[in-house]
Ligand binder design. Sequence first.
Ligand code: KG4
Ligand code: ZN
Length: 365
Amino acid sequence: MTRALTFLGIESSCDDTAAAVVRHRPGAAPDILSSVVEGQTALHAAFGGVVPEIAARAHAERLDLCVEAALEKAGLRLTDLDGIAVTAGPGLIGGVLSGVMLAKGLSAASGLPMVGVNHLAGHALTPRLTDGVAFPYLMLLVSGGHCQFLIAKGVEDYQRLGGTIDDAPGEAFDKTAKLLALPQPGGPSVQAEATLGDARRFAFPRPLLDRAGCDMSFSGLKTALLRARDALVAEKGGITLQDRRDLCAGFQAAVADVLAEKSRRALETYLTLAPEQPVLAVAGGVAANTAIRARLTALCAQMGVQFLAPPLSLCTDNAAMIAWAGMERFRTGARDDFTLAARPRWPLDQTAAPMIGSGKKGAKA
Ligand code: KG4
Ligand code: ZN
């Protein structure tokens, strides 16, 4: 490894406007000198989902202020940096463009090198930022827009073992919350209700468990929940607080069962390829779910696999992971120039069959 590096990271691919400064001295653990994340939940609340135009405008208005705040918190100026990393996709194109344009402007003004980062690589490389894990490792990326198993083999080398064929689990949590009049984002509110509910009362499906492999499906679950809710309403004219808790508990248990069983299969495949590195890491907002974490922790203990779950603030969207991924790319010699494009779709494993449909972050990657 070479010299110490200090990078600014910029993230604006969905509904979080974020900037961060990360420093890494070879041989030492990386330092997150600052990490500023401005969520847009309040701006989208009235619409029950992320509105791309509103997101793009908010990023354009706030991103430079976030960068200023991140530099100030780190006690640094632009001239103290070694480079700028920016999410160049996949995501909602207006937001990604805001970030890429800002990075180009900063790079042109300062002369600093610029590195475009795949948002998914930012999540996938987070275990190296937090735990210094070596390649390869198995990654479960599970968020509002994504759900896939990836073998991380190198900074630019990923093998996709499977993923959702429709909704991402975070999307399913968000839609469930909407159906039950709970606040967005749905994950934390459904989880809070679920802890008070009886998961056995409603028999929700475990989609695709009967099919071999690691692909998953979550959209049917939300339909099953809608039917259960409507049956209660037809029967009693409404649902009680306890009904709602039980529905949430049943839904969460179904998601956890599917993720645990598919993770077991992904691990089996991974361990035949890389028995010397038995590691499963998670990232993405849904990895914040305590019930899902508990299931994955137990699974890994059972299979003799090390389980890595980054702190919650680094599981959800943030710019520290982008600064880190940019630094990792930079160390491999990667540089981008002013032709760097914003990409709505950008799969990490270019050889895997493309995902269909679109989630809250736009086209599925
Ligand atoms: O990774 P993230 O911040 O953004 C995306 O890239 O999508 O993930 C946000 C998603 C939302 O759908 C949110 O409902 C979900 O993660 N989430 C959770 C929890 N906390 C956040 N889902 C389940 N349980 C949670 N505790
Ligand atoms: Zn994300």
